[in-house]
Design a protein around this ligand. Structure first.
Ligand code: GLU
Length: 454
């Protein structure tokens, strides 16, 4: 935790009514970057007063997901534990005549009388300066004397937010622009209570692929689902951060520290950014590529082993280790390993392939030619010394003259087919070196046998 000396105080005020959303993470990131850049304090305030929808499980999920992204905060509050504070302020407003109790028929239960509290609205024009959007003016006359509490014991959301922001010394309210229309109400309550007005900054919300509001309908929005599919927290954090923010350096790949050092709220965009899954995958790939080899190996081997087991193939750790570079080349996220294995893209490293003639490339139907070339390859490969076999280049050199003479394709497709059972695969020299000389010769023999049998 940094020392706070600037006096700047911001808040993460999520309502725990659902799983931590990409939008919740973005709200926290922007507040975090702003506060830490300015040596300020961050307050986590769980706005858990919605008794019907709020749950502790959602609150826990939000906390865990933000921690997973390596975001932190200095103080934690729950609105449900602060009801006495709201009641006192409400009482003060009623006592000074700035708010009044009004007996009305309940909208929920017609015929029932309830005693709500309404703010005596002076109906003035309110202008506030938004750090992102500039001056915004509202005519508050239209709001009338709006309700601020369902009863003297049960203050509404706007009221609690205003009391908390003042009590917690919030200097900057930085939130999505879906809250702009709440701001005039909140300012009126502040003024009635005699509070200082904080600075406001409303950033545009993220959009889904079709440019509508980002929601479940437009793609996955729960941070935990990215976590579960094996996205790296650094990549997700980095991608969400630069969505709608272009740092002056124009860099894209940045650590949390680098972003904090460069953050300027004025560089947030004024229009909504699209949350693009493909771009997120690209970010994740950059992080997978720069991951230290050991860390990559540990994680990739775990996923690979379980995927290989699931596909009913026997696991071999040293084969797994020798295909790590191939794995790294082919994936964007850990989950891709499972998809590749399910598609049979790595299985042949661990077990002899089942040869099916449909995998023979079209226009290569001259099977007797293929058998002839395979037999030649078999002879050449048998003569490669065992201690050269772990170097794909040596295998390539040994086969190259024969392949050049007969045509590379003519020699190499049957070799690839026999080693992998597939039309496409990593180059056959590499495959041969990884599976070893015995397996290579055994597979070639099996392919010759299969191709000869009509
Ligand atoms: N609890 C509100 C929400 O989750 C945020 C309130 C605010 O930013 O003032 O949307």
């Amino acid at each position: 935790m940094m020392t706070s000396s600037s006096g700047i105080r911001v808040r993460y005020p999520p309502s725990p009514t659902g799983w931590c959303h990409v939008g919740t993470a973005r709200m926290a990131i922007i507040n975090f970057l702003f506060a830490r850049r300015n040596n300020g304090t961050v307050i986590f305030r769980s706005e858990d007063t919605d008794k019907e929808r709020g749950t502790l499980a959602f609150e826990q999920d939000i906390i865990e997901c933000l921690r997973w992204l390596k975001l932190d905060w200095d103080k934690f509050y729950r609105q449900s534990e602060r009801l006495d504070i709201y009641r006192k302020s409400l009482r003060a407003l009623i006592d000074t005549g700035k708010a009044y109790i009004s007996e009305e028929e309940s909208k929920k239960e017609p015929g029932k009388l309830i005693r709500v509290v309404r703010l005596r609205n002076p109906g003035s024009k309110i202008t506030f300066t938004d750090l992102i959007r500039g001056d915004i003016t509202f005519d508050t006359g239209e709001l009338g004397d709006f309700v601020i509490a369902r009863s003297t014991d049960d203050p509404l959301y706007h009221f609690a937010v205003v009391v908390d922001d003042d009590d917690m010394g919030i200097t900057h309210v930085i939130r999505g622009d879906d809250h702009i229309s709440n701001t005039p109400r909140q300012i009126l309550i502040q003024e009635a209570l005699g509070y200082k007005r904080p600075e406001y900054a409303h950033y545009p919300l993220l959009l889904g692929g079709d440019r509508s509001k980002l929601s479940k309908r437009t793609g996955d929005v729960a941070v935990k689902s990215y976590r579960e599919s094996g996205y790296l927290p650094e990549a997700l954090l980095n991608y969400i951060s630069i969505l709608g923010w272009t740092p002056k350096s124009q860099r894209e790949i940045m650590s949390l520290q680098e972003m904090t050092a460069e953050f300027d709220i004025k560089d947030l965009h004024k229009s909504g950014a699209v949350f693009d899954m493909e771009k997120l995958r690209w970010f994740n790939r950059q992080y997978l590529h720069s991951m230290p080899a050991e860390t990559f190996a540990k994680n990739a081997l775990n996923v690979l082993e379980s995927a290989i087991h699931e596909s009913g193939v026997k696991w071999n750790e040293s084969v797994g280790e020798s295909i790590l570079n191939l794995v790294r080349e082919r994936i964007h996220v850990w989950e891709d390993i499972r998809v590749l294995v399910a598609n049979g893209e790595f299985n042949f490293f661990f077990t002899d392939p089942v040869l099916v003639t449909s995998e023979i490339p079209e226009k290569k139907s001259n099977v007797s030619e293929a058998v002839r070339h395979l037999t030649q390859s078999q002879t050449i490969i048998s003569s490669i010394p065992d201690d050269s076999f772990n170097e794909p280049d040596k295998i390539k050199t040994a086969l190259w003259d024969c392949a050049t003479e007969a045509g590379h394709g003519a020699v190499l497709w049957p070799l690839r087919y026999s080693l992998t059972g597939r039309k496409q695969s990593p180059d056959p020299f590499l495959v041969a070196s990884i599976i070893g000389k015995d397996a290579t010769l055994r597979r070639i023999a099996a392919a010759i046998e299969q191709l000869r049998t009509p």
